[in-house]
Write a protein that binds this ligand. Structure first.
Ligand code: ZN
Length: 383
């Protein structure tokens, strides 16, 4: 069983918005959920026992709560269980998600990584520094899952200077927006979005936030930004940049994916790009989903397509040091919209076989599976 790192999982959102107890088996989570919920939230694919089984050593786990000022009061739907009408409420919701990670940490299930010392301690028990043969999967040793806390969409930060408070609480990476407008930047548009939403950039508050983040050394996650927001953010931000769950637009059409030029620029900055396993981000899809969203036929997509995105990132950046996994499994979709050979998160490391078929070998595959994220996190972390 290969050990690997997932660069993007919405663990706390699943627990606190969907009521999924992540200490339970995936089969049990599935059994608890009525089938009619599946189109909106997906079929459960991730839980801690399944991550252990699948060799996940660590992941970036999100705080995911959005501010949607226009939403009708008290009328959350299955699709808006993480939305709040004001940033003050969004802040509190994200703080609750962080509390969930801390509870699991108290139980020895997780270790929130906030500095290099903590990373080294985890690397020691997991053998992460010692080369492939010595790497121990989570299931083999009774060691906690390493967690880097990532804020997906900065709405929980009520005012830019408040980002310091979140840093002190353990957050080490922040993305500015999710789908649609946020207080800080225009996020990736939906298919039906008006033109101005496709072309929007950073807000004044967004520029201020980047300045505050730079003082702290926060990692900037460029995923979910419109093209203009992404380039503006890269030009303004001198700190470390990555894209935790972004695929290549040259292989899968759509604004949610990043262009070849964006891939090259992120790589030139030493950034890492995590490949996501939503089928509509892996092949060019059509808008046939229940809400008009992009859908791709499941039988047409396997981990081979994910390996093609990894390969494309490596070709564009001229090295295997910038591609990684950022599956986003259970990030509003489950195995029903993931490659057909992924039943649960434990199937993901089989991508290594497709990488081998494309000519990738030992150290490069290890880098893609875990080393590239680990190295990036080491640069983000203080001593
Ligand atoms: Zn996302």
């Amino acid at each position: 069983m290969a050990t690997w790192i997932d660069g993007h999982l919405d663990l706390a959102m699943n627990a606190l918005s969907y009521g999924r107890d992540l200490l339970q088996e995936v089969a049990l989570l599935r059994g608890r959920e009525p089938a009619e919920l599946a189109p909106a939230r997906g079929i459960a694919t991730v839980s801690l026992p399944e991550m252990r089984r699948g060799g996940v050593a660590a992941c970036a786990a999100t705080l995911f709560a959005r501010t949607k000022p226009g939403m009708p009061a008290g009328l959350a739907t299955e699709k808006t269980l993480f939305d709040w009408p004001s940033q003050t409420m969004t802040h509190a919701a994200a703080a609750g998600q962080l509390a969930y990670y801390r509870v699991l940490e108290g139980l020895g299930q997780m270790k929130i990584l906030t500095n290099r010392r903590e990373m080294q301690a985890l690397a020691k028990v997991r053998g992460l520094n010692a080369g492939a043969q010595n790497v121990r999967a989570l299931g083999e040793a009774d060691t906690p899952l390493g967690i880097v806390v990532l804020m997906e969409g900065a709405d929980p930060i009520v005012q830019p200077p408040e980002v310091r408070l979140w840093w002190e609480r353990g957050v080490r990476m922040v993305g500015l927006a999710h789908f649609g407008p946020s207080a800080y930047a225009q996020g990736t548009p939906s298919r039906s979005a008006p033109v101005e939403e496709r072309e929007g950039g950073l807000t004044g508050k967004g520029r201020e936030l980047l300045a505050e983040m730079a003082k702290l050394g926060m990692g900037l996650d460029l995923t979910h930004l419109t093209d203009r927001s992404l380039f503006e953010a890269m030009d303004l931000y001198g700190g470390l940049v990555c894209a935790t769950h972004s695929n290549c637009r040259s292989l899968a059409a759509g604004y949610r994916q990043i262009t070849d030029e964006q891939v090259r620029r992120i790589a030139q900055r030493g950034g890492v790009i995590g490949v996501a396993l939503h089928n509509a981000m892996l092949i060019s899809a059509t808008g046939n989903g229940p809400g008009g969203e992009w859908e791709a036929p499941r039988e047409a997509v396997s981990l081979e397509q994910a390996a093609m995105h990894v390969d494309q990132i490596c070709q564009l950046s001229g090295s295997a040091k910038h591609a990684a996994m950022g599956t986003d499994l259970d990030g509003g979709f489950g195995c029903e919209r993931a490659p057909w050979d992924v039943q649960t998160i434990a199937d993901v490391p089989r991508i290594a076989e497709w990488l081998e078929k494309r000519g990738y070998k030992g150290a490069d595959i290890e880098g893609i599976l875990w080393g590239n994220w680990w190295g990036f996190w080491e640069r983000v972390m203080p001593e």
